[in-house]
Design a protein around this ligand. Sequence first.
Ligand SMILES: [Zn+2]
Ligand SMILES: [Zn+2]
Length: 555
Amino acid sequence: MSGTLRVLPLGGLGEIGKNMTVVEYDGRIVVVDVGLRFPTADMLGIDLVLPDFSYLRERVDDIEAIVVTHGHEDHLGALPWVLRELGADRIPVVHGGPLTLAMARSKLDEHRLRDVTLEDLDVGERVELGPFELELVHMTHSIPDSCAVALRTELGTVLLTGDYKFDQTPVDGQPADVARLAELGSEGVLLLCGDSTNADRAGFSPSESGVGPHLEEVFARCEGRIVVTSFASNIHRVQQVVDAADALGRKVALVGRSMRKNVNIGRSLGHIDVPQGMLVQPREIDDLPDDRLVIISTGSQGEPLSALRRMAHNDHPRVRLHDGDTVVFSATPVPGNERAVNETVDRLYHIGCDVITARDAPVHASGHGFVEELKLMLNLVRPRYVLPVHGDHKRIHLHSRLAEAVGIASKDIFRGENGLPLDIDGRGARFGDHERSGMIFVDGVDIGDPADVALRDRRMLSADGILIVVATVGEQDGRSVAEPELIFRGVPFLDGEEDLEGELRGAVVASLARCADDRIREVDLLQQELHDDLAAFVYDRLRRRPMVLPVVVEV
Ligand SMILES: [Zn+2]
Ligand SMILES: [Zn+2]
């Protein structure tokens, strides 16, 4: 009688970032989250990484809605690309909380995507989406308006927790809706897809509201200017910095585009309250005495173009840091960003700043629940099946163990991966066949394939360098008439290869002679042939693939 429920994670499993899950019932689809990931160091020149959502390309007309749990980039960031690629007019509606959708709207404006239906939902409100009934449940996290998503079908309810912690004393006084979670649990939850981020941290996560007093303590010891860096979306953290600054009679300047943008959105929706006259413009920074100012800045992850990174390199148009300034990192590096953060910290010391990180003082609290909170979620919801999400393989594994520890049978716990659908019907739950999943790289605003030429070129250049060959050929017969010039840049393993240059010159001459015999005269074609011959030759000798750029000059 009832059909098959399919839950297909396209991102967020076996990795931190680009969360995206397809929930399918009766041929209809609700997509939960459309996140992106920031590139790792080996993805040179790549700006963003999106989940491969090819699966949805052939299924666009089956999509009932996209639902976004909260405004973080790893849940919302891919929305403009997903809408543009799938056709914004073919997605009936995007649902989420008011702040989440305000952030979505500002993103879509930047991408000039205006004809999109964004519909705020209040928590507890229920909407019909084809065979689904959707309800958002209020949760606490490091951004206001974070929700769990309940999708009810005739087969049962899927609960996707989104990112959450059980903060008993959140800054806005609105703890997670534990009562509703328990109700859903007693109505019966078929499948729980739970956040695994901190499945490796014992106990309960500290409350966000504990951070404020520590910030104030740190601030009280500072004599110079204070720069606090945090995620721009961590509105409650910004509020606590503002409060601590206020308590010590310091004014606040916001630096960095996303910081200014998010604080504006947060203020307009009433999530952040800045006393009258307290904000100063970045251009007024130098007018204030050092001990009267707190700067709140982007760049907590050492992002290359961020305000803090530019300050650290003495390259910020408004802020020139100096001896006596203190920089407070009110954030911890996301895995993969440690190096960039360390480098920024070191530059700051070099300038003469003091640096305080979460290791030195409790100036940060995670937005993701620790082990006891994950167990609490499992116990409140009492799901029939569990699919841990949002974590690398280690955390997925640890989360699965927690589920077993609270009494869920191991056969009902599914350790998934991206592209592996979990199919549930009246007979039970099992993994289906792999669907396409992976990464799409974004370079600037274009959308490309991993095989994208630019990326390949940059990778080659960075790893294996470049070889430029200038060959001079006679116009009459196309044979080499002068010693070919060779220019190597960044090609490894050239040491001890003194013979290589001579052999390469020989290879150039031989290649040109072969072309002459084959009556290949066109410069473009000659260059192509030279490229292929030389690339093969160099690979044979060095096991490296430098970019080979032949230049043929006719005389
Ligand atoms: Zn997340
Ligand atoms: Zn989040």
